[in-house]
Design a protein around this ligand. Structure first.
Ligand SMILES: C[S@@+](CC[C@H](N)C(=O)[O-])C[C@H]1O[C@@H](n2cnc3c(N)ncnc32)[C@H](O)[C@@H]1O
Length: 267
């Protein structure tokens, strides 16, 4: 049993009708090994360990994310570990964090809860940039919390992690602010790039609003002065409608001008 494949063998395993170029393969492999693509172009004899070779083939055949092969992503200039237990953080969520940082510094916020922390990118970044902030981070998935805890250690910050859904982990706590990038993909949206990420992290009913509907049933939400959410650009009006019972609503755009964030300031 061979525990490795050559780059040439990997290339031959990718079906020809997918029209994957040698350059695309070289780019993917160089990204995984953090090296220059030129090392991998027309260098068929380079050995790739079998588990990685199989995942590279899966990447080209069915969209398996490269981030789950490298187990790393960069977010707000820090590095985070990711694997199949968590959503791969998206670039646009960095804009949510930027809005949160502005709000925290201009409104004297002292305690924040990141609900649905996943890999912990939001909570860890906020704590890194505001050492005196008390940061809670929760998730319904205990497996995701393991990853988030690892990322807090990796980035040397102390986060108050809690397991549970919606507001349940924060009973008796005084929260100045909630920040959250919850599941919001509408159920009819199917994309092969999403098939390897946790379903709990993505889908939220017909209009992607199940999380917001669920959260709004908790009386404790009314006590929180500031809230900042990422939501679906396709049904943002629906999110605004649901959250408008809690305060003044403002829609915010990402760096590309797409409205995907909602800020709530308590009445
Ligand atoms: C879209 S992911 C976001 C992960 C991370 N915050 C980020 O921005 O990359 C949503 C996360 O919310 C968690 N989640 C889903 N429903 C939840 C609920 N009702 N309460 C708490 N966490 C929830 C999922 O397990 C998942 O980790």
């Amino acid at each position: 049993m061979e525990y490795k494949m050559t780059l040439g063998e990997v290339y031959k395993k990718i079906p020809g009708d997918l029209k994957v170029s040698r350059f695309s393969l070289a780019k993917a492999v160089s990204y995984i090994y953090n090296e220059d693509p030129s090392r991998y172009i027309f260098n068929d004899s380079i050995d790739i360990p079998l588990p990685i070779a199989q995942k590279i083939i899966k990447h080209f055949v069915s969209g398996y994310p490269l981030a789950y092969i490298t187990n790393r992503v960069s977010f707000c200039a820090s590095e985070f570990y990711v694997d199949e237990r968590v959503l791969i953080p998206r670039q646009e969520t960095q804009d949510l964090v930027e809005y949160a940082i502005k709000l925290i510094s201009s409104c004297g916020i002292k305690t924040v809860a990141d609900i649905g922390t996943g890999s912990g990118v939001i909570a860890v970044t906020l704590k890194k940039l505001n050492p005196y902030l008390h940061v809670f981070a929760s998730d319904i998935s205990s497996q995701a919390l393991e990853v988030a805890q690892y990322n807090a250690c990796k980035n040397m910050v102390r986060i108050d992690f809690r397991h549970g859904m919606f507001m349940e982990p924060f009973e008796g706590e005084k929260l100045d602010m909630i920040v959250s990038n919850p599941p919001y993909v509408h159920s009819s949206y199917k994309n092969r790039d999403l098939q390897y990420e946790p379903v709990n992290a993505l889908y939220a009913g017909e209009k992607g609003q199940d999380f917001f509907i669920g959260l709004s049933k908790y009386e404790e939400v009314k006590k929180v002065k500031y809230m900042l959410f990422e939501t679906t650009e396709f049904f943002i009006e629906e999110t605004c409608r649901i959250l408008s019972q809690f305060g003044y609503i403002e829609k915010l755009a990402d760096r590309y001008g797409i409205y995907r964030f909602v800020k709530v300031l308590r009445f």
